[in-house]
Design a protein around this ligand. Structure first.
Ligand code: SDX
Length: 395
């Protein structure tokens, strides 16, 4: 029987991203996450994940503008969002928001099977070689661009709903990172914040067959529609063992309050058999390469905004977890203090994870449906060998 939780079970082939857990390596389409984090942009990363290659300059401009045009939310969707309960869980609001976007999408029910491009993989009218799939002029690709554009303003709108604040209009021609921060805070972000947030989006974009991505693939493999597969993935990401961990990390730091209490807090929590959020990983047996970048960003940002305690506490907790459990931080640990020092509320950390991971989920939906077979594993029977129905008087 498979390992509990399908540990180490190969559930399919993919060429989108891959992880070497022993060496702490993550690549997007074969390109190291370190090179992507240091040199790329989120829009370029999305293009790479979706279309399998880095864009040329004109293609990247067109793609960035296409995404930016789609950030404008329909009035009726905005009205539906404003009717949602302000006290609801932000990931529940996001899950509902994507369902509402599906209802408003003119192609929600369009074909999900790829046209077999005779001339190879088509993007924006230019022909490129590659496997048949979803070129820009395919409903799936158009829906993915619309959904990623809308999510850029939907995620901030959720915080505005929760705080009873009016929605902020995005600015045309600007990046996903720029418009997300503008619509969240009501102010245009300074360039430094836009760059840091853009790097966070790159780091969270894809991660092979993680729980929410595999959920999206299972739904997509039934030939269900894009929005339904994404809603399923959001439900999986919401859990504290997965994407929900980053919010819990910040709640832990706020509970610890100061660096001098950090190590004792961890020791006590472990003695009470509590899982320390932001640590451990099913795949990584060494440092999560994304944590390397987020640790650096946390250190510089916490110092820059005059709140070094969040980084100092994080370092002490990291040392305690290594000393006591030999467990390393994952992507969620340092993203918490990074986002917090950007002035972002902890309850928005997981919806931000979803904004970035939407690019990976959609790439995997494309890949699954381009060469599909229904995903249906077998359960090992551990119930009674024989049982019979009994009339009520005999029970
Ligand atoms: C993400 O899959 C992905 O790629 C996910 C992700 C992505 O980009 O999509 O990387 C994003 O979800 C990162 C993980 C975020 N979750 C958390 O930070 C929650 C805390 N972490 C743990 O719950 C745990 O580490 C998991 C869920 C992440 C991994 O769990 P596994 O592989 O099932 O490991 P396990 O729970 O069986 O733990 C193995 C041992 C146990 O010790 P023993 O009971 O055998 O003595 O390690 C211990 C665990 O108790 N352990 C921890 C721990 N993580 C593992 N002990 C304390 N705190 C922890 N965080």
């Amino acid at each position: 029987m498979a390992g509990a939780g399908l540990e180490d079970i190969v559930a399919g082939e993919t060429s989108i991203s891959t992880i070497d857990g022993k060496r702490g390596v993550l690549t997007y389409r074969g390109i190291s996450i370190h090179e992507m984090a240091d040199h790329s942009s989120f829009e370029e990363t999305v293009f790479l994940l979706w279309y399998g290659r880095l864009p040329k300059a004109a293609e990247l401009d067109d793609f960035r503008n296409a995404l930016s045009r789609e950030t404008v939310m329909e009035d009726r969707v905005a009205a539906w969002l404003k009717s949602l309960p302000a006290e609801a869980n932000p990931m529940s609001l996001l899950r509902t928001g994507v369902s509402l976007l599906g209802l408003a999408d003119p192609e929600e029910g369009a074909s999900v099977t790829p046209e077999p491009w005779k001339e190879g993989f088509r993007y924006m009218g230019q022909l490129t070689s590659g496997a048949p799939g979803f070129g820009r002029d395919h409903p799936q690709s158009r829906k993915a661009i619309r959904l990623l554009g809308r999510m850029t303003t939907l995620v901030p709108a959720i915080q505005r709903v929760m705080k009873g604040q009016p929605f902020v209009e995005p600015k045309a021609g600007r990046s996903v990172a720029f418009n997300f921060l503008r619509c969240l805070t009501g102010k245009d972000p300074e360039e430094g914040s836009e760059k840091i947030f853009d790097k966070c989006l790159i780091l969270h974009a894809d991660h092979e067959f993680n729980a929410s991505t595999f959920t999206a693939r299972v739904a997509a493999a039934t030939l269900s529609d894009l929005h339904s597969s994404v809603v399923a993935a959001i439900g999986a990401l919401k859990g504290p063992l997965h994407g929900g961990a980053n919010t819990e990390v910040m709640r832990m730091l706020l509970e610890v309050k100061e660096p001098s209490k950090a190590k004792a807090w961890v020791k006590d929590a472990l003695e009470r058999k509590r899982k320390i959020m932001g640590f451990g990983h099913r795949m990584y047996k060494t440092e999560d390469p994304r944590a390397t970048h987020l640790r650096r960003m946390s250190e510089s940002l916490c110092a820059k905004v005059g709140q070094p305690q969040w980084y100092e506490m994080s370092r002490l907790i990291e040392e305690a977890m290594w000393e006591l459990k030999a467990i390393k931080p994952n992507v969620d640990f340092y993203s918490a203090s990074t986002y917090y020092c950007m002035g972002i509320d902890p309850e928005m950390f997981t919806p931000i994870f979803a904004l970035s991971r939407l690019s990976g989920w959609t790439a995997h939906i494309f890949e699954q449906q381009a060469n599909n077979r229904l995903i249906r594993p077998v359960g090992e029977w551990v119930g009674p060998q024989e049982a019979h129905w009994e009339p009520m008087e005999k029970r």
